[in-house]
Design a protein around this ligand. Structure first.
Ligand code: ADP
Ligand code: MG
Length: 551
C-alpha cells in the first residue's frame, strides 16, 4: 500500500498476544464483548466531548454495527465514536499502557495451562482478543472534526502497519479476517446470542446485519439496551443482576452484596451497586478513586464522579439521576450540590449494608460471609479509620482483627468483653506478617498475664490506631509503649531464681552509649533476655515504614 509504514509491537504486546491467542481457546467468544465494549466506550467519549464542542456532536442514529460477511470471511464492528489519530492507533494498539494489562500478562504467564481460562475471566483482555478469532485485523479510524483517516493493520505476529485511509464519517471500523476454524463467528445467529449474553446492557443500539427472506440484508437491533437499574426489583432475576455486575465491573465472580434502590425526596436517583465477592487481581495497583458510573436519565456521563469515598472504592455499579441536566459539564460535576447529596446518600446506604452484614452471627443463624469480605477488602476499609473522620468510629466497630485470643477474627467489642477488670487499654502489636507477630518477644509479658493483644499485619495498620485513639473509651496502645502498664497486672509465677541485674544494666548502658535512650529491667519478658521498645515516639513499625520511604 502507498504510504504504509511497518512498526514492531512492543515486546510486552507480542508476549501478551501470544498468551491471549493460545491460552484462551475455550473462551474465544469474549473477543466480541471486548470489541463492542470498546466501541461503546468510544461513543460515550465522543458524546461527552461534544458537550463542550458542538462540532463533535454524534450523528442522530449513533450506535454500533456488526456486519458478518460469510463469502469474504470478514466480520466488521463499526462505531461512530471518538476515533483514533495515527499516534493514538500506534500507542493504544501497539503498546501496553495500563499496568493492569501488564500484570495480567505476568499472571497468565505463571499460571498452569488448565487454570488460564478461568484466570482470563478476571481480566478484560481487550482489543488483542480479536486475534483469537482473526488471522488479520484492520482498524480504520477517523476522529470527529478531522478529514483524515488512518488504517492500522496486523496479523498479530510481531508487527503492524500504519497507512493513510479514507472513511466517510468519523468513527472506527474493526475488520476481522476470520480464521478458518472460527466459522461460527460469521453466523449472525451465533453473534446475536453472544451480544445478548455479554452486551445486552449497553445503552447504544447494537445492530446485526442479517439476510432477510427476500435475499436482501437488514440491520436488526440485537441488544435490549434496557437500563436494568430502572426496572423494579421484582422483575429482575439473580442471573440478570450477576450478568450486569460482570459487565460494569469487568468481573467474573458472584457479588458478595447487591444493593438496588431508588432514592426519593430532595435528591432523586436510582442506584444499583455491587460489593464484589473476590478481590480483582490488580486491585492494589488501581487508582484510589471510586469508579461508580454516573448516568443522567440513562445516559452514561462519567466514571470519575467519585460517588464513594476512597475506602469504599471496591464497590462497583451505577447511579442514575434526573436531577442533573444531560449536558452537564466537567466543571459542574465538580461543584454541583446535587452530586454532594447523592454521594452522601450512597455512602450512607453502603455503610449501613456493611454494618448489617458485620453483625456477629448468633448460634443457628446463617453466616453472612463477612469474614471472606473482610479478607478481600478489610485492608482498604481500614484506610477509612485513618482518613474518614465521619465514619472512623463506625468502621472500628465492624472491623475484624486477629489477636492472641485464638485462631479466628475478633471485633473490638469482643476484645473489650474479654479485658481484665483492671485493664484500661486495647493493646496491639504491628508487624509485617502474622507469623512474625506471633513469635514476637514483645508479647511475652502480655501472654504470661493472660492479656489479649491485637496482631496487626496490614501496611495500613501502622497508621490508623493512633488516629482512632480510642474505642468505647478504651485507648489503643501499642505494646511497645505499654511497658509501664504491665506492673498493674498480677505477675506470673516465677520459675527459677530472680536474676540480679544490678551490675549488668550499667555495663549495657556503657556499651550501647548513644544508640539507646535508656536500659531498664522489665517484667515484660518471660523467655527472651532483651527487647527493644520505644516510648512516646512513633511506633516501631511506623519507624521502619518511614525509613523504607526514605524519610
Ligand atoms: P481498554 O479498553 O481496557 O483500554 P483495549 O485493549 O480494549 O483496552 O483498548 C485499548 C485502547 O484502544 C482503548 O483504551 C482505546 O483508547 C482504544 N480503542 C480501542 N477500540 C477503540 C474504538 N473502537 N474507538 C476508539 N478507540 C478505541
Ligand atoms: Mg477495552
Amino acid at each position: 500500500k502507498t504510504g504504509a509504514e511497518q512498526h514492531e509491537f512492543s515486546a510486552e504486546v507480542g508476549r501478551l498476544l501470544d498468551l491471549v491467542v493460545h491460552a484462551l481457546y475455550s473462551e474465544r467468544e469474549i473477543f466480541l464483548r471486548e470489541l463492542v465494549a470498546n466501541a461503546a466506550d468510544a461513543t460515550d467519549k465522543r458524546r461527552f466531548e461534544a458537550l463542550t464542542d458542538a462540532a463533535l456532536a454524534l450523528p442522530e442514529k449513533a450506535g454500533i454495527r456488526i456486519v458478518p460477511d460469510k463469502d469474504a470471511r470478514l466480520l466488521t464492528i463499526s462505531d461512530d465514536g471518538a476515533g483514533m489519530s495515527r499516534e493514538e492507533l500506534a500507542s493504544n494498539l501497539g503498546t501496553i499502557a495500563r499496568s493492569g494489562t501488564r500484570a495480567f500478562g505476568q499472571k497468565l504467564d505463571a499460571a498452569k495451562p488448565e487454570d488460564r481460562p478461568s484466570l482470563i475471566g478476571q481480566f478484560g483482555v481487550g482489543f488483542y482478543a480479536a486475534f483469537m478469532v482473526a488471522d488479520k485485523v484492520e482498524v480504520i479510524s477517523r476522529k470527529p472534526g478531522t478529514d483524515e483517516a488512518w488504517e492500522w493493520s496486523s496479523d498479530g505476529k510481531g508487527a503492524y502497519t500504519l497507512s493513510p485511509a479514507t472513511r466517510e464519517t468519523p468513527g472506527t471500523d474493526i475488520i476481522l479476517h476470520i480464521k478458518s476454524d472460527a466459522d461460527e463467528f460469521l453466523d449472525s445467529w451465533r453473534l446475536k446470542s453472544i451480544v445478548r449474553k455479554w452486551a445486552d446492557h449497553i445503552a447504544w443500539p447494537i445492530t446485526m446485519r442479517e439476510k432477510s427472506e427476500d435475499g436482501n440484508t437488514e440491520d436488526k437491533v440485537a441488544n435490549e439496551g434496557t437500563a436494568l437499574w430502572l426496572k423494579p426489583k421484582s422483575e429482575i432475576t439473580e442471573e440478570q443482576y450477576t450478568d450486569f455486575y460482570h459487565h460494569v465491573a469487568h468481573a467474573f465472580d458472584t457479588p458478595y452484596a447487591t444493593l438496588h434502590w431508588r432514592a426519593e425526596g430532595t435528591t432523586e436517583f436510582a442506584a444499583l451497586l455491587f460489593v464484589p465477592g473476590a478481590r480483582p487481581f490488580d486491585f492494589m495497583e488501581q487508582s484510589r478513586e471510586s469508579k461508580i458510573h454516573l448516568h443522567v436519565r440513562r445516559m452514561f456521563i462519567t466514571d470519575e464522579a467519585n460517588l464513594l469515598p476512597a475506602w469504599l472504592r471496591f464497590v462497583q455499579g451505577v447511579v442514575d439521576t434526573e436531577d442533573l441536566p444531560l449536558n452537564v459539564s466537567r466543571e459542574m460535576l465538580q461543584s454541583t450540590p446535587v452530586l454532594a447529596r447523592i454521594r452522601k446518600a450512597v455512602t450512607k446506604r453502603v455503610v449501613s449494608e456493611i454494618r448489617n452484614r458485620a453483625k456477629p452471627v448468633a448460634e443457628g443463624e446463617a453466616d453472612t460471609g463477612f469474614d471472606g469480605f473482610w479478607e478481600n477488602f478489610g485492608p482498604v476499609v481500614k484506610e477509612g479509620i485513618w482518613e474518614d473522620s465521619e465514619h472512623r468510629q463506625e468502621i472500628a466497630g465492624f472491623a475484624r482483627f486477629r489477636s492472641t485470643h485464638g485462631e479466628g477474627l475478633t471485633t473490638l467489642d469482643a476484645y473489650i468483653g474479654r479485658m481484665k477488670p483492671e485493664q484500661e487499654s486495647i493493646y496491639y502489636l504491628t508487624g509485617d506478617n502474622h507469623e512474625a507477630l506471633m513469635a514476637s518477644p514483645q508479647l511475652e509479658g502480655f501472654r504470661a498475664r493472660g492479656i489479649e493483644v491485637l496482631l496487626l499485619s496490614d501496611p495500613v495498620d501502622s497508621f490508623w490506631p493512633e488516629r482512632l485513639h480510642s474505642y468505647q473509651d478504651k485507648t489503643l496502645k501499642a505494646v511497645a509503649q505499654a511497658h509501664g502498664d504491665l506492673e498493674k497486672f498480677e505477675a506470673p509465677e516465677e520459675d527459677g531464681e530472680a536474676t540480679d541485674l544490678a551490675g549488668l544494666i550499667p555495663a549495657l548502658k556503657e556499651a550501647l552509649g548513644d544508640t539507646v535512650a535508656d536500659v531498664r529491667s522489665t517484667v515484660r519478658l518471660k523467655q527472651s533476655a532483651v527487647v527493644l521498645t520505644s516510648e512516646g515516639g512513633p511506633d516501631l513499625a511506623m519507624q521502619r515504614l518511614m525509613r523504607r520511604s526514605g524519610q
